[in-house]
Design a protein around this ligand. Structure first.
Ligand code: ADP
Ligand code: MG
Length: 455
């Protein structure tokens, strides 16, 4: 069986099991052996194999047979290579593989990337950190007269840039099916360009890219330092702007901060509207989780998750939305597999690796620095011996936050506070807890510091 056949089988499986299940459970599978009626797949963990076996083995076998493979049994073995797809990655819905092509009518000659059907405006949760980006995307999606060109969206990994771009494309195509909307990543742009050069079809390439009505290029930072691709991008960009065609660009940072990007491109990119997606805040994360739970409700009938668990996740997993979604997916799958209620303990158990990775983000040093800044004392005083209240109190606050926001033990925290004894740390933590009951200023301070530290 060739890889192409397995590719076709996978396509078919998407239809059978749904996109989320596919991305979570089928995509990470590696076909390692197909002989004597046995198809063997490598899986990242035994839990994973177990789950796929129970839920999808029949589908997989059926589809393999439809593709002519004559399989009687499907097996799953844990791969002995050092867990390549980490459980977190495996459980997180992977990026779309193949979905609706970005252009319906003559999809064959539109070199766009497929759009993920899940990435719509409906499924995009709006909060303070992304409201501007969302509003700008909405405006472009209305398809009215071009008012800002390009729309440049930027922000860290997993904050919703690709989601918003796909949402724009979906919306435009629903409203104005005649529009030629082309979405692709900067990497694909480069790939197409190089291919056109190699096959001496550069004129076709230029014509194609200049004939679209809306061009969307994702992750444009990728072309930094790639000279001829930048050059071509620049010309394409200008040609479209001259024709008053809408352009939407995303990147992981602001135009001026992309290293090795030509200055003339930078300034071109800054000509339109530049908006950033800020790191998520607690409310947004909670909102996204609640939305996801709604979606899962039909899939995992009877499995409830309490607000407490959602709040816990929103507090603890602050890195990016993809990780947050992956955590929830895994939690539901795990709970339904072991037939247990989703409790806080189950979440801590099942998500230990994700929680740990998320925690690692925040160090005691960072806490000390932020607290020192906030109270206008020196960082060295956090560690030093001074006992005056104006210094000792902030120090205790930092101890308290270190205990709360990091997984470090009291002795470990003590070491980072200039080698203090763990009983001193415990005393500090208790003191703050005591004061919290009566001191509202302290509570405000803590809330603000927590927000600053957790993004
Ligand atoms: P980026 O392109 O910025 O790295 P993506 O757009 O791929 O991030 O988003 C990562 C994942 O998080 C996707 O599954 C996306 O649907 C989800 N996501 C991000 N922001 C939101 C949001 N505001 N509401 C709902 N889902 C979101
Ligand atoms: Mg992206």
């Amino acid at each position: 069986m060739t890889n192409e056949t397995w590719g076709l089988v996978r396509e078919e499986l998407i239809k059978r099991v749904g996109r989320t299940n596919y991305a979570t459970w089928i995509e990470p599978l590696k076909l390692s052996h197909l002989r004597n009626g046995v198809a063997r797949f490598e899986v990242p963990t035994s839990f994973f194999g177990d789950w796929v076996n129970r839920n999808f083995a029949d589908h997989i076998r059926a589809q393999l047979n439809t593709a002519g493979a004559q399989v009687e049994r499907v097996e799953f073995t844990v791969s002995d290579r050092p867990a390549a797809p980490a459980p977190a990655a495996a459980a997180a819905p992977a990026p779309a593989t193949k979905a609706k092509p970005a252009r319906s009518a003559d999809a064959e000659d539109m070199p766009g990337a497929p759009l993920d059907a899940r990435f719509t405006f409906d499924s995009f949760v709006v909060g303070k950190p992304n409201e501007l980006a969302h509003a700008a995307a909405r405006r472009v999606a209305e398809g009215g007269p071009v008012t800002f060109n390009p729309l440049f969206l930027y922000g860290g990994v997993g904050l919703g840039k690709t989601h918003l771009m796909h949402a724009i494309a979906h919306e435009l195509q629903a409203r104005q099916p005649h529009l030629r909307v082309l979405y692709l990543s900067a990497e694909q742009f480069m790939y197409r360009f190089v291919q056109a050069l190699r096959e001496r079809q550069i004129m076709d390439f230029k014509e194609l890219f200049r004939s679209v009505d809306v061009l969307m290029v994702d992750d444009v930072q990728f072309i930094a330092g790639k000279d001829s691709t930048q050059e071509e991008f620049f010309h394409t960009f200008n040609a479209l702007v001259d024709q008053n065609k809408q352009i939407v660009i995303s990147a992981d940072r602001a135009p001026g901060e992309i290293k090795d990007l030509e200055d003339r491109i930078k300034s071109r990119l800054q000509c339109g509207l530049v908006v950033d997606l800020h790191p998520t805040d607690y409310e947004l994360r909670l909102g996204i989780l609640q939305q996801k739970v709604e979606l899962y409700r039909s899939q995992y009938k009877g499995l409830a998750i309490s607000d407490g668990v959602l709040e816990f996740l929103a507090h603890r997993i602050t890195t990016n939305v993809r990780v947050l979604e992956g955590a929830l997916t895994r939690l539901f799958a795990f709970a339904s597999l072991v037939g247990r209620e989703i409790t806080l303990e189950l979440a801590q158990d099942c998500l230990a690796d994700i929680l740990r990775a998320s925690d690692r983000k925040l160090t005691i040093e960072e806490i000390q620095r932020k607290v020192a800044e906030h109270y206008n004392i020196r960082l060295s005083d956090m560690i030093g011996p001074k006992r005056v209240r104006t210094i000792a109190r902030p120090r205790q606050i930092a101890m308290y936050l270190a205990k709360q926001l990091t997984p470090r033990s009291l002795p470990e925290i003590g070491r980072r506070f200039g080698g203090r004894d763990h009983t001193t740390i415990m005393h500090g933590v208790r003191k703050i807890e005591e004061l919290m009951a009566t001191d509202s200023q302290l509570n405000d301070d803590l809330q603000m510091l927590r927000r600053l530290l957790q993004g």
